[in-house]
Design a protein around this ligand. Structure first.
Ligand code: ADP
Ligand code: MG
Length: 462
């Protein structure tokens, strides 16, 4: 008996320790510290409490934190009862009754259901066309993509919890977040996956609070095994109620090993007006950035989208679009859709001329004169050299190669003669420039990295 009691008390200490992670110091000291274990018998954990008022306060705001922790440690069907001094009668935790049925969706109001329309099945709110298969991989998204796949293989059990994906608008956050959700449903059909935008969550919460349904709202979200919240930056600003309720839901789910996936247009550190407690939690797992696609990835995306749109687009048009559309995937798509519309409307083939004339309306096509000076500056900047070093006579490879690249680019992109290029490239003669150009041409055919570097600089120049 003694040792059993000790064991329960140890468990209770663990319980308290966990509760402490989710409450303020003040609340913990006032409401939780005074609780003592009386017994644990037939799945009922009896707690000594100082007063009835104490129970009332605990029940009102914190039972939702306490019960899942108790269940986690004492067993899934454990419930809590209080022993109040003087009267020494026990009262059953009122709101724990609600928890008894917490896996029964029928009794909880589902905020996604429009009144009057009955829907029994749990609806993930995901769009099926967002998949990993059609999410083109590139350097810009490799980390997010591979972490996303790990999460969908083992939701809730990797260290990527929460998985926080951030990046500028149009770079694929919604796509990848939904792809993770869809993939999880494929791999783990029993898991309840839910996708919601932060705005929608906020609207549902507002509705619930106006209609006295907050506890249904919270309980509904607690049923979820994988919660995806898109555009979490929308929680910024003056919405403490929403943030608070989200904080509680986040804690519950995280504690129970449920997977959270969050997206934002900026990294956690740059989120403004978001509760520090939430920000801390956002950083618990993995924060990974979606970056703007590089040239090759842009081309791969365009090729894939052309297939999806069922249009034939030649490689020169693909290159033209990739070169001229700003680094945003949504705009790349827009350009292709416009091409498709115009070509079918005018029954014309998609040629580079058509692309040029259409894209003039969509993007500003860069058409600047390239000078030797801009090339030298661009090269110096690219290789992080100062101009004096670039133009010096140094024989160090890390300087020689950029210098030769600069001379090659001047030859390719300006009308200057070899002698002129030599003159402004640090007093080299025309033979040196010619040698440099030939060396770079050779290098480009054998060294992929150099070739890639040169293409990148050329894009910057254009
Ligand atoms: P965000 O949510 O970051 O604003 P979206 O996920 O809505 O961006 O992406 C914008 C569009 O670009 C979507 O149609 C999406 O399918 C597409 N997209 C983004 N990244 C990729 C990618 N790597 N491969 C294929 N399509 C992509
Ligand atoms: Mg989005």
């Amino acid at each position: 008996m003694d040792s059993a009691l000790t064991q329960h008390q140890t468990l209770w200490q663990t319980c308290l320790f966990q509760v402490k992670q989710y409450t303020s110091e003040e609340v913990f000291t006032r409401l939780f510290k005074p609780l003592e274990v009386h017994s644990f018998d037939r799945n009922i954990l009896k707690l000594r409490v100082p007063s009835k008022q104490h129970v009332a306060q605990l029940e009102q705001d914190y039972i939702k934190i306490l019960i899942p922790i108790v269940r986690n440690l004492f067993g899934a069907s454990a419930s809590v009862t209080y022993l109040i001094p003087q009267t020494a009668t026990s009262t059953t935790a009122a709101s724990s009754r609600g928890y008894e049925t917490s896996t029964d969706t029928r009794v909880i109001k589902n905020p996604f259901i429009i009144p009057g329309i009955k829907r029994v099945k749990f609806d993930s709110q995901l769009l099926g066309h967002y998949t990993f298969e059609n999410f083109v991989e590139g350097d810009c998204n490799r980390l997010v993509r591979s972490a996303g796949i790990s999460v969908s293989v083992n939701p809730g059990t990797t260290s990527f919890n929460p998985m926080f994906v951030y990046g500028n608008s149009g770079l694929g956050k919604t796509h990848v977040a939904q792809a993770i959700g869809n993939d999880i449903i494929q791999r783990h059909p029993n898991l309840k996956v839910l996708y919601v935008s932060a705005n929608r969550f906020q609207a549902q919460f507002q509705y619930a609070s106006q209609h006295g349904e907050i506890s249904d709202f919270i309980q509904f979200y607690q049923l979820v095994d994988v919660l995806i919240v898109d555009d979490i930056q929308e929680f910024s600003g003056n919405k403490p109620g929403t943030q608070n309720v989200f904080f509680n839901i986040f804690n519950q789910l995280h504690m129970l090993g449920k997977q959270l996936i969050l997206t934002s247009d900026r990294p956690p550190v740059e989120l403004k007006d978001i509760d520090e407690r939430l920000l801390t939690r956002f950083k618990w797992g993995l924060s990974a950035q979606l970056e703007a696609p590089d040239y090759e990835t842009k081309k791969a995306i365009l090729r894939q989208k052309a297939i999806n749109l069922d249009i034939k687009v030649n490689e020169d048009v693909i290159e033209f679009v990739a070169n001229n559309v700003k680094a945003n995937v949504r705009e790349l798509e827009g350009a292709l859709t416009a091409l498709k519309a115009h070509s079918s409307l005018m029954q014309k083939e998609i040629t580079i001329d058509l692309a040029r004339s259409i894209m003039r309306d969509i993007v500003t096509i860069k058409n600047v004169d390239i000078t030797i000076e801009t090339i030298l500056e661009e090269v110096a900047q690219y290789y992080k050299l100062d101009m004096a070093a670039l133009l010096s006579n140094s024989r160090k490879r890390e300087i020689v190669v950029p210098r030769q690249v600069a001379m090659y680019l001047c030859k390719m992109h300006t009308k200057a003669s070899l002698a002129e290029i030599g003159k402004v490239s640090g007093k080299k003669n025309h033979a040196t420039v010619l040698y440099a150009c030939n060396t770079v041409v050779d290098l480009m055919s054998t060294d992929k990295i150099i070739k890639h570097q040169i293409e990148e600089i050329e894009r910057k120049l254009k």
